[in-house]
Ligand binder design. Structure first.
Ligand code: AP5
Ligand code: MG
Ligand code: ZN
Length: 215
């Protein structure tokens, strides 16, 4: 099973991905998480990626496609994978088409999570992340039981450095220009399902689940 989660920053890709991979027992491949880890560990990749991420720009395609190719070959992907935040450009989508035969996979569904722009800004500027396990919260929409403490592991919560209003606006503009064209790319291939992401977290998941249960 190979599923792609497509959608603007703040659409709830990471939030829904956590639920999907638990239920369907497939690997979660989030390029944003992999890149943030590389930045934290100060690897060569992290040093190259940081400048782009801090400015809300996409990391160059050639760096990202290598990460995904290697990741798809890891043993936990044999049962399938959920791509969260990849592909994000037409070049990345074309690359994915090329490597799929090598791993004997095909794209089952592309879920395009659609959310109003004002709501995206509210979600991103109120998001908080656990510094230990990466779990995601929201000060209003998904608050932890104890303020600034992770429910799952007790770690401290922090705000992502690209979740400031200014960088969020840049990320939304980058999405429109570079990623939105993928919606028609996948619609033409007949694999796209639109999801109304404006609803609460559980209602969005119900829509997703009603589509995925057939695959
Ligand atoms: P990435 O980490 O992928 O960020 P993004 O696409 O901007 O998306 P987000 O993670 O911000 O949003 P999300 O949709 O996951 O929302 P979430 O579930 O957290 O990428 C970061 C950077 O890395 C990029 O800018 C780029 O530089 C680089 N990068 C990554 N992939 C790349 C690629 N393929 N190519 C090139 N560069 C790449 O939810 C957001 C908030 O809303 C949370 O607080 C959550 O609790 C809340 N929430 C979620 N759902 C709901 C709901 N239904 N109702 C109310 N609140 C909700
Ligand atoms: Mg995310
Ligand atoms: Zn945690």
């Amino acid at each position: 099973m190979l599923i792609i989660l497509l959608g603007p920053p703040g659409a709830g890709k990471g939030t829904q991905a956590e639920k999907i991979v638990n239920e369907y027992n497939i690997a979660h491949i989030a390029t944003g998480d992999i890149l943030r880890n590389a930045v934290k560990e100060e690897t060569t990749l992290g040093r190259k990626a940081r400048q782009y991420m801090d400015q809300g720009q996409l990391v160059p395609d050639e760096l990202v496609v290598e990460i995904v190719k290697d990741r798809l070959l890891e043993p936990d992907c044999t049962n399938g994978a959920l791509l969260d935040g990849f592909p994000r450009t037409v070049v990345q989508a074309a690359f994915l088409e090329q490597v799929l035969p090598d791993i004997k996979a095909r794209i089952d569904r592309v879920l395009s999570v659609e959310v109003e722009e004002g709501e995206l800004i509210n979600r991103l500027t109120g998001r908080r992340i656990c510094c230990d396990c990466g779990a995601s919260y929201h000060v209003k929409f998904k608050p932890p039981k104890v303020r600034n403490v992770c429910d799952q592991c007790g770690g401290d919560l922090y705000q992502r450095s690209d979740d400031t209003l200014e960088t969020v606006k840049e990320r939304l503009a980058v999405y429109k220009k570079q990623t939105e064209p993928l919606i028609s790319f996948y619609r033409e291939k007949g694999v796209l399902s639109a999801i109304d992401g404006n609803q609460d977290i559980d209602s969005v998941y119900k829509q997703i689940n009603s589509i995925l249960k057939d695959y």
